[in-house]
Design a protein around this ligand. Structure first.
Ligand SMILES: [Zn+2]
Length: 183
């Protein structure tokens, strides 16, 4: 079990579900990103910003990432989209997934005059104004998803601890037995 944890990577290539959502959102709202090569990775660990869990984030690729991803896309990918796997696979409804992916793609801008035309745009408030308007029917969606996901992480941590305690107890019993056998 412990060995398994050590060899397990933090990131996983995202599944068909995530890629289909990306294409759906891109087709509907972001035609200027048609040619952007976006690699989606599931993050298997909770990423926190203060006390808040980050559901997703997007980064533009640097030269190194382009080189390392050029077996997926000729010339490498332009962006990497990270999604919290538990949130995406266990907590979010389709409408939440759409809102999250749309928020992340909102960060991507295309500037044909720049050396690297694929840029990242920051938002100075929690969300882009246009997204706040689009999410008016369910403004608390992210808060709810974050809360439920954080609860699942907490439960997993708790059950991990219990397993560890059990293992430790088993080891002590084993050691005691060995001691007896040695005598
Ligand atoms: Zn953002």
């Amino acid at each position: 079990m412990q060995d398994e944890d050590l060899t397990k990577s933090r990131f996983e290539i995202a599944n068909k579900d995530a890629n289909e959502m990306l294409e759906l959102v891109r087709d509907k709202w972001f035609s200027h990103l048609d040619n952007a090569r976006i690699q989606i990775l599931f993050d298997l660990k909770s990423r926190m910003k203060g006390a808040r869990l980050i559901l997703g984030r997007i980064m533009k690729a640097n030269d190194l990432i382009r080189r390392l991803t050029d077996h997926f896309y000729p010339g490498g990918c332009d962006y990497i989209l990270f999604l919290d796997k538990i949130a995406f696979m266990m907590v979010m409804q389709e409408s939440d997934k759409k809102r999250l992916v749309r928020h992340e793609l909102r960060h991507c801008v295309y500037n044909p005059d720049a050396e690297n035309p694929w840029q990242i745009l920051q938002h100075d408030i929690e969300d882009f104004e246009i997204e706040i308007n689009l999410n008016q029917d369910n403004p608390g969606w992210a808060k709810r998803v974050v809360q439920v996901t954080m609860d699942i992480y907490a439960q997993q941590k708790e059950s991990g601890k219990t397993k560890k305690d059990k293992r430790n107890t088993e080891n002590v019993v084993l050691m005691k037995r060995r001691k007896v056998a040695n005598v």
